[in-house]
Design a protein around this ligand. Structure first.
Ligand code: HEM
Length: 378
């Protein structure tokens, strides 16, 4: 249980933090409609508290930080090339990569859910999607990990230099332009669309960089955390783990429950664009609002015994991937990765215990989860 969220839901459903000057909503019945009300709760100044505060100039194409109509133009273009069919087609490659990560560890000893699998699979998957040669993928992932770690840089650094310029992909884009293939990058290079001025054109190199960096920024660390939480939660619930090992058809719902129970991206921040009445109080225009989707996912008012982990639970729409116009574009891909990871782990080991003295939580501004999660596997 998370006692602070519980108290917020019960005692201060509209919470105000004086020190950092922001409001927060924590109940499902408040967070869910706020996520869909983009006219009041805007993303155009960023959807991370630090970014909104830093007042950073956001280039077109970072749809996570855009409002309609701009958001919808860019999102529909991305959605056109980033299709469920493309994601499903990646499954054999994702499975093969997982096998390569796990097989050397089968002989026994310690398997780290994050270091040996979770930290590698998401970037590899996005790499497969984009058609990036495997030999270049490691370097790109290191650069992203560094840029996302706010312990070592400020929001301004992160979102100006590395994240938004996407410098690490520049060479690859130029190479792919000369060597077209059947990957997402080639489609981004050749797709035609109607821009804000009504002109039909192709994406510029700068716009492609933005898109690609967005996909890695949004899809990498979040999915790493999902795989870590999978190891942690199933270690804590050995009965449910054994049920899963005996019946792999339970895996998709188990992944859904893991997503509900420990949302890797627990807070979506918004800029309040007009005065709004909530729980008898006025939240003034210009405020910053934190929408605690991870807390909403535990709300007993919506989920029976929200703090109980149950892989057989019938889940009535968790908010881990957000909701409304910004609903996660990569949700199907994240689910696929979680499913394949768990399936392949259970194919090798039905039992594990976490080596707690060597486990470590990750510290970043946007995600919550494990950075190290070594397990003794059997
Ligand atoms: C949006 C969570 C994986 C790409 C979002 C949002 C959430 C989220 C909460 C909405 C943010 C908001 O409302 O402000 C997650 C979680 C993941 C995951 C928990 C893994 C477990 C991925 C993957 C990709 C991806 C694998 C792509 C490769 C995106 C994009 C958006 C987004 C492009 C922006 C959509 C928009 O603004 O219209 N994600 N995500 N995500 N996600 Fe994910």
């Amino acid at each position: 249980p998370y006692p602070v969220w519980q108290r917020m839901r019960d005692e201060k459903p509209l919470y105000y933090n004086e020190r950092y000057d922001f409001f927060a909503l924590s109940r499902y019945e408040d967070v869910s409609p706020a996520l869909t009300d983009w006219q009041t709760y805007r993303s155009g100044k960023g959807s991370v508290l630090e970014i909104i505060r830093a007042n950073v100039e956001i280039p077109p194409g970072v749809i996570l930080f855009e409002d309609p109509p701009r958001h919808d133009i860019h999102r529909s273009l991305l959605a056109r090339v980033f299709t469920p069919k493309k994601m499903t087609a990646l499954e054999p490659k994702v499975r093969e990569f997982t096998t390569r990560c796990l097989d050397p560890l089968v002989e026994g000893g310690e398997f780290d859910f994050v270091r040996h699998l979770g930290a590698q699979m998401p970037m590899r998957t996005i790499g497969f999607l984009l058609g990036i040669p495997e030999s270049d993928q490691e370097a790109i992932r290191d650069q992203i990990d560094r840029s996302m770690n706010l312990e070592h840089s400020t929001a301004q650094d992160v979102y100006d230099d590395e994240f938004l310029s996407g410098s690490m992909f520049a060479d690859y884009i130029d190479w792919r332009a000369r060597h077209p293939s059947d990957d997402l990058m080639t489609e981004l290079l050749t797709a035609e669309f109607e821009d804000e001025t009504g002109t039909v054109r192709r994406l510029t190199r700068a716009e492609i960089l933005t898109y690609v960096t967005l996909l890695t920024g949004a899809g990498n660390e979040t999915t790493t955390r999902l795989i870590g939480w999978t190891g942690k939660l199933l270690a804590a619930h050995p009965d449910q783990r054994r049920q899963l090992a005996a019946d792999h058809s339970l895996i998709p719902n188990a992944i859904e429950e893991i997503l509900r129970y420990e949302a890797p991206s627990p807070i979506q921040a918004r800029y309040v664009a007009q005065d709004v009445e909530l729980h008898g109080q006025t939240v003034p225009e210009g405020s910053v609002m934190a929408l605690l989707n991870a807390s909403a996912n535990r709300d007993d008012r919506h989920f029976d015994s929200g703090d109980t982990f149950d892989i057989r639970r019938k889940i009535d729409r968790h908010l881990t991937f957000g909701y409304g116009i910004h609903f996660c574009l990569g949700a199907a891909l994240a689910r696929l990765e979680g499913r394949v990871a768990l399936d392949e782990v259970l194919n090798r080991w039905a039992d594990w215990e976490i080596d707690w003295p060597n486990a470590k939580m990750a510290h970043t501004s946007t995600t919550r989860g494990w950075e190290r999660l070594p397990a003794l596997v059997r």
